[in-house]
Design a protein around this ligand. Structure first.
Ligand SMILES: Cc1ncc(COP(=O)(O)O)c(C=O)c1O
Length: 388
């Protein structure tokens, strides 16, 4: 089957954060939006059809999670990740970020330590700080354009009385797919210091062909305490629908998360999220395979273009995610100058690296989940602005 990722779809006037939020975020609507992590592509047809079918029934009451939804999740992880999970390990949740916040509250008390590895998706920090837990930073190590976990320092953080480690896997924004050895090292330290791990695997399905993502939970041994968050939201471009799932093998831990959601009174969903989620996991494989090919083509195009035409900007080649981490330090600008330069001169709206915490200075994050042609225009505009 052919899938079309090339025909642009206007998202303006749809209340989209990425497009209609430009004035608020960048102070102008005159920027090509390559920031917020959703894509400009139409969702797979199986998702649209499932939604249409549900729409044909004109009552939208409170809705249960059907058994078929759980089955679609266990099947997906067995089929795509060789991870056999049990139906009873699954807890449906109203999004990954709410799950991060709930996990912090469930597994660390006020004042207790939570380890976060910057540069990282910013709610990892706010989940800790807004809940008055202690942020223990274990910055990733950047070695010649490649990022690694600093295991020695991770152990040091664990020794500070940390209760929880928040792992981003694959890692947004640096695009790392952690190797089996790296994940095993993380598990070893967690075991030694009795840490619970929140493993945010939301980008697990957006992995480029040369890499293989391993679900941390698949490497677990009895007694390991791993809370895995997953969702089809990024994978199938339905983040506006919100629904996600937690996979928690340990009964006590699952109960703790469930209780936390009940305490916060979150958990209700809507019938549309459920049918979209299930349709994507049941029938979305072919679309996803085609998407990844397209994104890989764009990633490789950007890499080659930058190397040839804008060598001052270096791409940290991602192994996963449609988010590119661009090292702009050679441009020699301060962070406010860099942001201004891209917005005002290049007319490109990216996320400044500084929002991802320590290690983000001098970097920008570009979202390539759009047509190749748009990316070509953006690169040309950056090139012309730099050469001016
Ligand atoms: C690592 C990570 N976790 C979670 C999310 C968002 O999850 P949700 O929309 O389900 O809250 C994102 C979105 O960019 C992300 O990159």
């Amino acid at each position: 089957m052919e899938f079309d990722f090339d025909t642009p779809i206007s998202r303006e006037q749809t209340n989209s954060v990425k497009f209609d939020g430009r004035q608020y975020y960048f102070g102008t609507t005159d920027v090509a939006p390559v920031w917020v992590a959703d894509m400009d592509f139409a969702v797979p047809e199986c998702v649209t059809q499932a939604l249409e079918e549900r729409l044909n029934h004109p009552v939208f009451g409170y809705t249960l999670y059907p058994e078929s939804l759980y089955q679609s999740i266990t099947d997906w992880f067995e089929r795509r990740h060789q991870w056999k999970i049990e139906r009873d390990w699954i807890l449906m949740a109203p999004g990954v970020v709410p799950s991060l916040f709930a996990a912090v509250r469930a597994f660390a008390n006020e004042g207790e330590g939570v380890i976060v590895q910057p540069p990282v998706y910013f709610p990892f920090f706010s989940a800790v700080t807004t809940n008055n837990r202690k942020l223990l930073l274990n910055p990733l190590r950047e070695i010649d354009g490649h990022y690694e976990i600093d295991f020695e320092h991770l152990e040091h953080c664990a020794q500070q009385g940390a209760k929880l480690l928040m792992l981003c896997t694959p890692h947004n924004p640096v695009g790392r797919v952690w190797s089996e050895q790296e994940l095993k090292n993380v598990l070893r330290i967690a075991r030694q210091y009795n840490l619970t791990i929140l493993s945010d695997d939301i980008h697990a399905d957006l992995v480029y062909s040369e890499s293989t993502h391993i679900m941390l939970g698949r490497l677990a041994q009895p007694g390991d305490k791993i809370i895995t968050t997953i969702a089809p939201n990024k994978t199938f471009n339905i983040p506006g629908l919100g629904l996600s799932a937690l996979i928690i093998p340990d009964d006590e831990q699952r109960k703790a998360m469930k209780t936390m959601f009940e305490t916060l009174h979150v958990g209700n969903t809507n019938p549309f999220s459920i049918v979209a989620f299930e349709a994507a996991y049941r029938q979305g494989d072919e679309w996803l395979n085609a998407l990844m090919k397209y994104l890989q083509g764009t990633r490789d195009f950007v890499a080659a273009y930058l190397q040839k035409n804008i060598p001052q900007i270096k791409l940290i080649r991602p192994e996963a995610t449609y988010l590119l981490w661009l090292d702009c330090r050679e441009l020699g600008m301060t962070d406010p100058q860099l942001r201004d330069f891209f917005v005002k001169q290049c007319k490109v709206g990216m996320n400044p690296g500084t929002v991802f915490g320590e290690g983000g200075s001098g970097f920008m994050r570009m979202n390539i989940g759009t047509t190749r042609e748009s990316i070509e225009h953006i690169l040309l505009s950056i090139r012309e602005s730099i050469n001016k």
